[in-house]
Design a protein around this ligand. Structure first.
Ligand code: AOF
Ligand code: ZN
Length: 344
């Protein structure tokens, strides 16, 4: 049986929950009857709503799933949370075989054992790496109790995000900029700085926005403040006013303490952050970054005084560079998107 084909369907279904299930994982499910025909699909659509397995099984009303196979990218749950345990429903419906992509990293889940105890065959590890990448945010949150941090940047071929005069519109194509909206949707919040707001006055439409403005230099009439929940980290005031959460933050060497910012955002329930800023924050954030989305346009400024996408230190040896592993290269004509992870 080619379970990989169905696991890919699970992954696609799971992505329907992007932007809506946090802090829960993205989960999709396919059910086959005893002859191997696909009879139902489901996914976890929204935080607090049915899990993928329940969604798929509740669509079946006539017992067609008896002795069938259930395929799901994450180990079915065995705990009473917002919904009853999925394993109980799987057992009750007479499923004979369960195929999973990865074990659940949530320590309260012990679904595989419960299924086996009920005499159900369990096949594990189908497209495991792909399933882990799908839920990289959930895995980091559960195992480290820290938000997942990603950086998005858009540069020329020579790694520049603007000229020395600050001209940056537009480096990448509208197709690439459309993709940024899809990327944003995967993250609980976006993060930017006063420098970016002052230079570009962007709107950055999103539910939650983290703004680093140490000296409260930005005009609260800037476009970014017109929409979304605002968390304004600064070194002076701690209050909620005019719909803005001002958060007083310690600073070091004239920079807000990013460690503090990430801790506070985690406490506020923000489990994943996409940084969209200039070279200084991008550089400072590299040590926290779990993933980088780097759009590159086929343009060269050829000017060393143009601004670089990561700009935070001086090194003398190339061996001091931080190293990364490229995960994918996608084309958004005429630009490319490189996705890479730090080698840690
Ligand atoms: C699954 N399928 O579709 C999801 C699972 O509060 P609850 O009841 O929604 O439970 C949340 C936990 O359940 C979550 O941390 C993860 O371990 C698991 N989520 N499990 O089998 C799903 N969303
Ligand atoms: Zn469940």
């Amino acid at each position: 049986m080619n379970y990989e084909k169905y696991m890919n369907i699970c992954i696609q279904l799971a992505k329907n929950g992007e932007g809506k299930v946090s802090p829960n994982p993205l989960v999709g499910c396919v059910v086959l009857d005893k002859d191997g025909n696909q009879i139902s699909t489901g996914y976890h659509a929204k935080y607090g709503e049915n899990h993928a397995e329940r969604d798929a099984l509740l669509k079946l009303k006539n017992g067609e799933e008896k002795d069938g196979t259930l395929i799901v990218n994450l180990e079915p749950c065995s705990h009473h949370g917002k919904t009853p345990p999925c394993v109980d429903l799987i057992i009750e419906r007479g499923i004979k075989k369960v195929v999973i992509g990865m074990r659940d990293v949530n320590p309260i889940v012990n679904g595989v054992q419960k299924l086996k105890n009920a005499g159900i065959e369990v096949i594990e590890g189908v497209l495991e790496d792909k399933c882990k990448e799908l839920n990289e945010i959930f895995i980091k949150n559960m195992t480290q109790n820290k938000p997942f941090v990603a950086i998005k940047t858009a540069t020329t071929l020579d790694g520049k995000i603007a000229t020395s005069t600050g001209s940056s519109k537009w480096i990448t194509s509208s197709e690439a900029r459309e993709e940024v909206k899809n990327i944003r949707n995967r993250y609980d919040a976006i993060m930017t700085t006063s420098s970016t707001i002052l230079a570009d006055n962007p709107s950055m439409i999103h539910n939650k926005k983290i703004i680093l403005d140490r000296c409260l230099k930005t005009d609260l009439e800037s476009k970014i403040y017109k929409q979304g929940e605002i968390y304004l980290f600064n070194q002076t005031i701690d209050m909620f006013e005019g719909g803005i959460n001002f958060i007083k933050t310690p600073s070091k060497e004239n920079k807000l303490d990013l460690n503090f910012v990430l801790k506070r955002t985690n406490e506020l329930g923000i489990k994943s952050i996409l940084i969209e800023a200039g070279g200084h924050l991008n550089g400072e954030a590299l040590k926290y970054a779990d993933k980088i989305y780097h759009f590159i346009a086929p343009k060269i400024t050829g000017d060393n005084s143009s601004l670089s996408c990561f700009d935070y230190r001086k090194i003398s040896e190339i061996s001091e560079s931080s190293e990364y592993t490229i995960d994918s290269v996608e084309i958004f004509e005429p630009d490319i998107l490189l996705t890479y992870y730090p080698n840690r």
